[in-house]
Structure formats: C-alpha cells, structure tokens
Design a protein around this ligand. Structure first.
Ligand SMILES: [Mn+2]
Length: 427
C-alpha cells in the first residue's frame, strides 16, 4: 500500500524463509529495488546488489556492518532492525512494525496502516512478555488508536474471544494452564453451570466469550484467577486485548489475535495471497481464509495425535525431539512441536526439536519454554550454528526457531544442538 500510494510499480512475492534460491532471486532480479519485510537481516552480507531494503526484527548477520567500507562498498543496501539499536525483536517491535515505521517515515499519512503492524505484533506474540504491547509496539498501537482502527481493552487473553464457543474458549486456552479448566471439559461445564452461563443464545447460536454479559465475564475471569497459584500465570492470563474496529464482532477479524491467526493459516497453507487480500480490506477473501482455517485445525489435531500415538518423542541429554517424516506438513510442524512441548508428555525443562520432510531437505523446528530463554537459551543462535555445521541454514527467535538441513544429517545436527544447549545453559 505504501508503494501503491507513491505511484510505484511493483510486484509482491511471498517467501517462507530465505534460501539459497531466494538469495539468487533477490540478487538476480531486474527491479531497481527489493524491499524485504520480516526476513533478510540474517543474510545481509549475501545480498550483492544495489537497492536492497530490509525491514526485519530477526537477529542480524554479524558479517554485515553499517557504514563500513568494503571493496564492494558502493553497494547501497539498507537495513532497519531493532537489534541494531540495542532493542529486542521479540517484544519491542516485529517485522510488521519495522515495515510500518518505514512506511510512516515515507509518508505520515500512512498511519492508517498502523493497525496492520499491531496485528503483526500480536501474531508474533510480542505482547506475551508483559501481557501488553510495549516500547515501539506501544507507539505503533498509539498510532492505530488515533487512527480509530484499534481499541485497547483488558480481559482474559485466551484465544478465540469472538468465534470460539465459550466452552472451547475456556477448555482450550492452553497458556497459562488453569487447574480443572484447561483441557477439562467437565470442569468447564461445572463452572459455567455454577454461574448459570448459557452456552447458546436465544437464536440458537453458541455464545462466544464476547457474547457474554460483562458481569459474567468478570466473574468467570475472577474464578480462573483464583485458581492460579503464581503471579507469573496471573499476569499471563489477564492483560490487554486489542480489537480491530473496522470489522464486526464474530467476523473473525474483530479480535486482533483471531485476525493474526487467520493470516497465519493463509501463510501455512501456501495461500499468502488470501492473507494479502484480507490486509487490503477485501472481505470476500475471508471465505477462502475460513477454508484454510478449518483445514489448519484438522491438520494440527491429527498431527498431534500422530506424535502421541506413535510415541515419537525421543530424548538426548539436553534436547528432546521427534521425526515426523512426511506425516506432518513442514508448515505446521513448528506449531505441533510447541503443542507437544506443552502437552504434559514432554519435559518443559529442555527444548524440543522436530523434523519434517520438505521440498528442499529436512525442515527443523525448535521450541523452548520462556523459563529456558530467561536462563539464557537462544534457539535462534543454536539453529543457525547447528544448521551451518551440517551444511544447512537456520535462524529465528530465542523461543522459536527453525532450520533446513540436508537429508540424512538429522543425527549429527541433533548432537550439535545437544552440545550447544548444554553450553548455553550450563556455561
Ligand atoms: Mn518475524
């Protein structure tokens, strides 16, 4: 939209990650400029052409130095990344935020795009750490509020406020877990019965969380809060929630978390164009996205069951892993890894690594609990180094990262990860 408003001719392309092929494509294409969003920082030194602009929040390539003269110093490439300013890319600002900030710098009128950056931040779980958006994200939120696009509220931060039936909303709100509620259908039913909360509305439609009367919502939230034993969990359960004003309740786009999830499901099912249409305000695109979303749900629960039923989870000294082969789509294996980690069957005291076969090798996804990253674990670095040791490429975030490695290298890759985890955690 920024380029369109500038009257520039452009083509848009969606890539899941930077591969050798992507690097060749970027270096070899004939356009004057290439603007890379939410990717690219880790490979800055590999772009050998003029006019590369990167707005990203992933850990930057240490080989690339700002303002330093190289033999190829005539190349003009630009990078906007919070890490270059000593800021965090996991809770202060994300790729969508950096992209928006450039857009706003180009033309202050672009503040009407701020809400997209807020949704990007929510989709990237940037609000998880403090149960609210902070730092640059807060500035962007302010822009979106001023533009009238986002309203900030306070409440239960579980997913599915506007589309999940209340029972499922409570039962499947997996973080933080509440004793007698999370994954406990009977417990949820008892609670709803106790306060005489109707599961269905008069028109027969099942009530969602936002359909309940505010008093009922407060009582239920209190009850959940009272069952939590530590402050950390209480802080995670209740916090800020962000509503997207331009879309109606129950549309799936009114709650920022649900909006972000729809975009995610489009990306994961190779249907980024539908996500793009939604961001551009095309409401018809929602139907296509809904198909993605229900496919996504089915796929995830089948994948989780597959790992459990076949007892695929294995353990080394400092890392646990499973190999999904061709049984789980590479695009969802990361989500499944995260769910296995929190399923009670895995050890949350060590990171989890999952393998799935992809077109260009073996896709690796790694996840870790916050308590491990608080102790110094950085999966992004581990994935990058371990992948490099077997001729692959990796990167990502400290709690969630990934890599692509050549087939047959899984074992040596795992050994390397095991060593690196031990080094980071045990010094
Ligand atoms: Mn990102």
């Amino acid at each position: 939209m920024t380029l369109e408003r500038l009257g520039k001719q452009f083509v848009m392309d969606f890539e899941k990650k930077i591969s050798e092929e992507t690097i060749d494509k970027i270096n070899g294409c004939e356009y004057d400029m290439v603007w890379i969003c939410d990717l690219g920082s880790a490979y800055m030194s590999r772009f050998v052409r003029n006019g590369v602009v990167v707005t990203d929040h992933h850990v930057p390539d240490p080989l690339w130095r700002r303002g330093q003269t190289f033999l190829d110093g005539f190349l003009s490439s630009y990078q906007m990344n919070p890490h270059l300013y000593g800021r965090s890319g996991s809770f202060e600002v994300c790729g969508a935020g950096m992209t928006y900030l450039l857009s706003k710098t180009i033309d202050p009128k672009n503040v009407d795009l701020a809400y997209l950056a807020v949704i990007g931040a929510i989709g990237d779980f940037q609000d998880d750490r403090y149960s609210r958006l902070v730092s640059y994200n807060r500035i962007i939120l302010g822009d979106a509020e001023k533009a009238g696009d986002i309203s900030t509220g306070y409440g239960l931060r579980y997913f599915g406020r506007e589309t999940r039936p209340v029972l499922q909303f409570l039962q499947y709100g997996n973080e933080p877990r509440v004793e007698g509620i999370t994954d406990d259908r009977d417990g949820c039913m008892d609670l709803l019965y106790k306060y005489d909360i109707k599961l269905t509305a008069e028109d027969g439609r099942r009530n969602t969380w936002v359909d309940l009367d505010p008093g009922d919502r407060a009582v239920l939230a209190d009850e959940l809060m009272s069952r939590l034993t530590n402050d950390e969990d209480r802080k995670a359960l209740m916090g800020e929630i962000y509503t997207v004003n331009r879309y109606e309740v129950h549309s799936g786009l009114n709650d920022s978390k649900e909006f972000a999830t729809i975009l995610n499901s489009c990306g994961r099912y190779d249907d980024a164009v539908t996500g793009e249409r939604i961001c551009m305000g095309d409401v018809d695109a929602l139907k296509d996205a809904e198909r993605n979303r229900s496919d996504h749900r089915k796929n995830i629960s089948a994948s989780l069951a597959y790992v459990k039923e076949n007892h695929l989870l294995r353990r080394l000294k400092h890392v646990q892993y499973f190999d999904a082969g061709t049984e789980i789509r590479e695009t969802v294996v990361g989500i499944v890894a995260g769910m296995v980690l929190n399923s009670g069957e895995a050890d949350t005291g060590m990171p989890i690594v999952a393998f799935a076969v992809a077109d260009d090798g073996v896709k690796v996804s790694a996840r870790a609990s916050r308590s491990l990253t608080d102790r110094g674990l950085d999966l992004s670095q581990i994935m990058k180094d371990a992948a490099a040791s077997v001729g692959g490429m990796g990167g990502g975030h400290s709690v969630a990262a990934g890599a692509t490695i050549p087939e047959g290298k899984e074992e040596s890759f795992l050994e390397e990860v095991d060593k690196l985890v031990a080094a980071q955690l045990c010094g």
